[in-house]
Design a protein around this ligand. Structure first.
Ligand SMILES: N[C@@H](CCC(=O)N[C@@H](CS)C(=O)NCC(=O)O)C(=O)O
Length: 230
């Protein structure tokens, strides 16, 4: 049965959500057929019974479920014969650690660099909502937030050192093949690369090479012709 994924969309059918891309990777990893429903920020409240305020949301038969982590856990439990996302209980904790690390150490810093680029790439219907909600969240108008982002890049790159040391020695956080920890960590890069010309990592950085290995997965599923080229 085909699983339906409500996937965030911007201008020109640009699919840029970091959290939806975790679910896209999870579905591909499991080999599950998927159809996406392009969904703007301002359309999220009309999904299903109207109880969702964020995406991803999936529909799998009678099951409707939100939150990328809950979805990954659901797919792992519901499709045990498909390739494992975590490789066992310890892999769940590994992915959870990576998720908390990304949430606290890197993703918010990346947000300060690309928030106005995200705004520029949105469907006009979403722009007022995004401007207002992100200005409130970040405490400043979002065209001011990225000012000086070049000066914050060394800090971001320093924070990436734990990931860099792993992927310099092996192909993926999962070793020779990717696991959910890779998708969680990769999500910020895909989000940035789909929305901003501002390169977070340079060619020559092992993190850059790992990013491209991830982008090549599943027939280049997360590469789009609308991506920025870095
Ligand atoms: N913890 C949630 C977070 C999901 C989330 O924040 N999604 C964003 C898109 S990447 C969203 O839907 N935001 C709605 C909004 O800001 O109004 C998950 O992992 O699914």
């Amino acid at each position: 049965m085909t699983i339906r994924l409500y996937d965030l969309v911007g201008r020109d059918d640009r699919r840029f959500s970091s959290n939806c891309c975790k679910t896209l990777y999870a579905l591909a990893h499991k080999g599950l057929a998927c159809e996406t429903v392009p969904t703007r920020f301002t359309d999220i409240s009309s999904i299903g019974d109207g109880s969702f305020s964020t995406i991803p949301v999936i529909e799998d038969g009678d099951t409707r479920l939100g939150d990328s982590w809950e979805i990954a856990m659901y797919l792992e439990a519901t499709y045990p014969d498909a390739p494992s996302l975590f490789g066992g209980a310890a892999g769940i904790e590994y992915a959870r650690f990576i998720a908390r690390w990304v949430e606290t150490r890197t993703h918010p810093l990346v947000m300060t660099m690309i928030v106005h680029d995200i705004y520029e790439g949105l469907d006009p219907a979403d722009q007022p909502y995004f401007w207002e909600s992100r200005t409130k969240r970040l405490g400043r108008p979002i065209d001011e937030v990225p000012v000086g982002r070049e000066d914050r890049l060394p800090e971001l790159r320093a924070r990436l050192e734990p990931i860099r040391r792993i992927v310099a020695d092996q192909l993926f956080l999962g070793g020779t093949s990717p696991i959910y920890a890779d998708y969680v960590a990769m999500a910020s890069f895909i989000w940035a690369r789909k929305t901003s010309p501002f390169a977070l990592v340079d060619a020559g950085d092992p993190v850059h090479a790992w990013m491209h290995r991830c982008l090549d997965l599943y027939g280049g599923l997360l590469r789009q012709d609308t991506d920025y080229d870095w």
